[in-house]
Every structure is written in structure tokens, then in C-alpha cells.
Design a protein. Sequence first.
Length: 540
Amino acid sequence: MAVGMQLRSAACSDMGRRRTNNEDRFIHDPDRGIFAVVDGVGGHAAGEHAAETAVEVLRERLGRQTGTAEERLREAIALANNEIYRLAQAEPEWRGMACVLTAALIEDDVVTVGHVGDSRLYLARPGEIQKITHDHSPVGEREDSGELDEISAMRHPRRNEIYRDVGTSEKSPDDPAFMEIRSFQMPSDGVILICSDGLSDLVTSSEILSTLERNASDMEAAVQDLIDAANEAGGKDNITVLVVASPGFVISVPRPVPVVHPAAEFRLPVETPKPMGLIALALAVGLAAGAGGMFLMGKWTPEGPRSLVVAGSIAATLAEAHSGDTVLIPAGKYRERIQMRAGVAIRAQQSGSVTLTSPDGGPAIVARSIDGGSVEGIWVQASLEQPANPAVLIDSASPLMNDVRITGAAIGVEVRGKASPTITDGRITNSLGPGIDVGAGARPVITGNIIAANGGGTPGSLRPGVEVRGLGKPVLKDNAIVDNAAEPVWIHARTYSPADYDENFFGGIPPGEAVRLLELPASPPGKGRGEGRPERGPRP
């Protein structure tokens, strides 16, 4: 279908000042009304390849005008997702790659938007600007809900954490926990701006609007000025900006102070389905992400604490370590099992640069019968043939697990026995079973994690983000437990205290509905059920 009004558009991508490569890509096709910004995710896991793949698939599918605009966007984004996932499984060096994207189709002056992640689409008119898309990130949702103002969100240390992406697991076009679709009439005096977070993390909405208004007659100049503004603010990431303006977006007189509307207040002239629920998020900065680990237990070696750098296998270096030492792992891919040791800190030299795969389908990290010790900054990736079961096993141990990312395991973390570990500031996603399985009698402290998109192993056996068994009693606080196949939390017990779970974020689900109590006994006649809620639906 044709674009009605004569639109003016421009797009450009810049590497920024701190990156040595550009993982952003864009589609700028005004003749067919196809516009998109794609931001690669994965660093050494080939975010550039993910973004390039997404652009190729989007361009091909959106260019075929079969189906409605929404159907085309849903199919294109799902196809891109599944192709990225397929390539990542076939090429070990690309495993874990993904992207986030925002795509817009403009047909008969109606804009239809497909969105996953934290790239953004804004709609501006003279004197006001509105954010259309919702960030699929804990901090972004706090901003959307009004809990954080824009400046506080931009400065938040966990700003860049996302819980939805394109490529880390297979998806269908109609998956309700995947993409956001919006549709609205293009105003005759409006301009849409699509950008990667390299712009929106450094340049405020009001600054974006002022720049668009100042360059209303020259969209190429507007794009370049916005990129320059992001670079002047530090240029910490790749910066991609795409603008599309209606003929009536012309500023001829000075404007008053701009009115900036958060996404939560936005009302579109025409709207089609599936506005995203807002999470009343309260993420804490987290426990200390420190430079070493826990040296609380065990004895110091005579020469004092040492830093040992892995030169061959991690296991060989660990065998030389004593309580109080730190084992530093250089960037790279390792196929082995880490057996944690009491009082020994295990840390990636650069967070997220170390990927660990189980050698045999068992756990990739094991802490058994130890006090103290820590592991930090490692990404555990399950293999397609043998998803780790679990990825991390903590058995009657009390280590610190900080800033550990787990993807694609059978179970993300299993805590059993008389264990009381601390699991903080991690990201556990796409497990076939629960993200964290807390055994009877275990008392882990679980804070500040993203536990998302877990439990979808096979139809009919959907699992939650966190599963608590028997007398297990975790401390759950400031976690984002969202988009899991079943309820966010299952508890196998007779009662539970709702207050123990209220301080988490459940994707817009009230805390009372986010926790499912299983094995609740029938109440005697005339008696209440006590604390907790009755079980909902059949037992798994």
C-alpha cells in the first residue's frame, strides 16, 4: 500500500566515541514506507551478525506486501528471531548473539510499529514529544510507570539490562511475551524518530524535540545534530537515528517550553492492540559487585591473597588457589566445569567476556559443601544438544554468585540441601524448566536479578521463574521475574507469607497473583485457609 502524504526522512549510524565497532544497523526505505533501527547484542558473541541478519530478514519480509501491516511485522520479527537463533546454534563463535529492534511500516499515513527491547520510537509535534514504545528493561519500565524521572533512569547503573531480545530462543509471531505492536495515524504536523539507546541514554526527550524543531526543514541536519549531541555527552555506545517527518512539521515561530509525555500517559489518535503492561519496578543497585569475592571463611595463605590468571584450564588454576586468592579468567569460551572452592574468588577479567559451557550436560558451575567463595561476571551458555541440568548447582554451600548470566539451561540454578548462597545482579533466561529451583530446607538470598522467559520446555509442562519446594525459604527482593511460561513463583508448601515476595517485579501482575501455592490442604468447614492463596488450576 502506498504512503499517502509526502514524507521527508533521513537516517545515519555512528560508532560513538568509546566503541571500536558498530553493532547498529537500520533500514531507511521511504519509497515502501519501511523504517527500522536494529541494535546488536552480545559483544564478542557477534552482535553485528545478529543485527545484519535481522535487517536482511526484515527487509525481505516487509517488502512483500502480503497480509496486514501488523501481520507482516509479526512474521518479520519472528523470522528474524528464529534465523538469528539458528545461525547461533550452528556457529559456536556466534552462540548467544541477539539484537533489539524497533520497526515501523507507514501505509496510507498509518504508522504500525513492531518493537522488542530498548531501542525507541518517539512521536513529536510542535511543542511536544511522546515516547510510543515501552522499554523491555527493568529500569525502562520504572521510567514508563513514572517511578523514575527521565534523568534518573538515564543515570541508573542498570540502565542497559533488558529482558526481551531477538534471537536467544525460538519465538512465534503470536507469542504474547515477545513483541509490542502499536498503530497510530501519522499527524500532518508530526515527526517520528527511531533510535538506538546510544541516543536515548544520553540525550533527553526535550533535547531531541528542540533539535527536531530547530532543524524542521532539514531532516539530515536534525539527524546529524542528534548524533553530535550524543557524542558530546560521552558517546558511550553506537548511535543510530532515523527520522520521518510530515509536510506540516514546520516551525515558524518560537515555541514555549516543550511538553514531554512519558509512555505511560500516551494516548494515540488511532490505536490497535496489545499495549504493554507496566511493571512497578523498584530495582536496587544490588549488592556489592566488588573486585574480589568473599574471604570470610578459611585461612589466609602465608604470602597473603594472590591473583592467579588462567593460562590454560580454569580447573588447573583453581587447583593452585588457596582461600583468599582470586582466580581471574581472560576473555574467551571455555568448555569445562568450575568446582568452586571455599574462600576463593573466581572472576572474569571483564564482565560478560567469559562464556562457559558444560562439558557433559551436567552443571557448568558447582558449589558443594563450602562456606564462602564467589563467582562473578561469567556467562553460562547451555549447548543445544545437552542443555545443562542445572547450569549452576549449589549443594549445602554458601557462596556468592554475582553478575552471572545463564541462558538456555534445563534449569538455571538449583539450590539444594542446607544451602544459603547469595545470588545477585544476574540474568537467568530461557531455561527449559524454572530459572531458579530452591530445594527443601535451602535459604538462598536472591536479589536484583532478571529472571525471564524461563519454563517453556515442552507444552503441558510449563514452569515458573522461581520454584520453591518443601521448607525452602528464599529471600526474594528487587528481582524482575517476568515473561516466564507459568506464574512468576511457585511454592510447594501449605502456607507462605506474601510479604516475603512483594518486593519483586512481576510484569504488571499483582503480587497476590504472581505467587502460586501448590499442595494447599483443604480447609476444615467454617475455617479460613490461613496465609497464602488457594491453588489456581491443575497441578503440574
